[in-house]
Design a protein around this ligand. Structure first.
Ligand code: HEM
Length: 293
C-alpha cells in the first residue's frame, strides 16, 4: 500500500534497532521533522510519534493516548512514554549503527536520544523462550484491516497505532521448567508449534485468542528478540487501527477480566511500554499534514 509505511507490512529483517527520543527544543521540532521526512522511507525506517510531540506541535490525533500503567497481583506493567520512536530495519549490524548515528545527528537540534535497543532473529521467528512467534498474525487484507487506519480522510488514512514494550526474560526460570510446563504456559507444543485443545486457561494463547474477544481483537505483531550482554527478551511491537485490541488482550493477560493471569508472567516481565502514532506516506515520503508540517 502506497499510503502505509511499508516496514509495517513487510517481511521480517534479520536485525533491527529501536531508537527512542525525548523532545528537548519545541521550537526546533518542525525543522527536525522536515529533515526526517526527507530521510525516512517508511520501509527501512518506520517512524512513530508520541503524544507529547503531537501536543507540542499544537495538534492532536484522535485515538492517540499514553499507555496506561497497569497493576495486578505481582505484576507491574510500566508506561514509559517518549516523543519519538524509530524502528530501523536491516540485516547488517554495522550499517544499522551508522544509520542510527545519522538519524541522531539529523534530529539533534530538537530531540535527545533516550534509548537504543538492538533486535535480532532467533532461529525462524522464535521468541528466546524457543516458541515461534507471529503464527496467528492476520495476513494480507486482514493484516491491513487490523493494523491500518482507513476511511478517516487524507493525512490519517494509511497511518497506524503502534505499541512497543520491552520484555525481560528470566532464563534461569525457563531452564528450570519442564517442556510440559513451558508448553502449558504458551498453549502450543514447542516440538511442532501446534496449539492443543487441553491447554490450561492461563496459557498465553488462551489469554490472547484474538477471535474470542467481543469485538474481535486482531493486531499485527512484529516483535523480535533483543539481546544485550547476558540479558535478553522480546521487543513486543504490535500495530493496530487503534489501541483497543492491545488493551483488551493485556487486560485478560493480567487477570483483570477473570482473575486468571497469563503464565507468561512466570518467566518474563515488561520493563518499558509506549504508544505511538505512525504517520502515513505520500509520494514516497512521510505525510505529516495531520501535524501541519
Ligand atoms: C514476552 C512477551 C510475549 C511472548 C514471548 C509472546 C509469545 C507468543 C507466542 C509464542 C504466541 C503463539 C504463536 C503466535 O500466534 O504468535 C503468541 C500469540 C499471541 N500473542 Fe503473544 N507474546 C508476548 C506478549 C504478548 C502481548 C503483550 C500481547 C498483547 C497484549 C500478545 C498478543 C498475542 C496475540 C494476539 C497472539 C495470537 C493469539 C491467537 O489469536 O491465537 N502477546 N504470543
Amino acid at each position: 500500500m502506497k499510503t502505509v509505511q511499508n516496514g509495517i507490512l513487510s517481511d521480517e529483517t534479520q536485525l533491527a534497532r529501536y531508537m527512542s527520543f525525548n523532545l528537548v527544543d519545541v521550537e526546533a521540532a518542525k525543522d527536525s521533522l522536515e529533515g526526517l521526512r526527507e530521510f525516512a522511507d517508511g520501509e527501512s525506517i518506520v517512524v512513530g510519534f508520541g503524544l507529547s510531540l503531537i501536543m507540542a506541535l499544537g495538534t492532536s490525533i484522535s485515538g492517540l493516548h499514553n499507555m496506561p500503567v497497569s497493576t495486578a497481583p505481582g505484576i507491574d506493567i510500566p508506561s514509559t512514554p517518549c516523543a519519538l520512536w524509530l524502528w530501523l530495519r536491516g540485516d547488517d549490524r554495522g550499517e544499522l549503527l551508522h544509520r542510527s548515528r545519522k538519524l541522531e545527528q539529523l534530529l539533534v537540534a530538537a530531540f535527545e536520544l533516550s534509548d537504543v535497543v538492538e533486535g535480532c532473529q532467533y532461529d525462524s521467528n522464535r521468541d528466546l523462550s524457543g516458541y515461534e512467534d507471529g503464527t496467528e498474525n492476520p495476513q494480507g487484507d486482514e493484516a491491513i484491516k487490523a493494523a491500518i487506519v482507513q476511511d478517516q480522510g487524507e493525512g490519517l488514512d494509511g497511518s497506524s497505532f503502534v505499541t512497543v514494550q520491552q520484555w525481560l526474560h528470566d532464563f534461569d526460570m525457563l531452564d528450570s521448567m519442564t517442556e510440559e510446563e513451558k508448553d502449558n504456559s504458551i498453549g502450543r507444543h514447542i516440538s511442532d508449534n501446534e496449539e492443543f485443545d487441553e491447554a490450561p486457561e492461563f496459557a498465553h494463547v488462551k489469554r490472547s485468542a484474538q477471535e474470542s474477544f467481543q469485538p474481535e481483537a486482531f493486531m499485527l505483531r512484529r516483535s523480535m528478540p533483543w539481546v544485550e550482554g547476558m540479558s535478553g527478551g522480546l521487543i513486543f511491537v504490535s500495530f493496530g487501527k487503534l489501541f483497543d485490541a492491545f488493551e483488551a488482550i493485556l487486560n485478560r493477560m493480567t487477570g483483570h477480566d477473570d482473575g486468571i493471569q497469563d503464565a507468561l508472567f512466570n518467566f518474563t516481565k515488561p520493563i518499558s511500554g509506549a504508544y505511538f502514532w505512525c504517520p502515513p506516506m505520500k509520494n514516497g515520503k512521510l505525510d505529516l499534514t495531520a501535524l501541519n508540517i
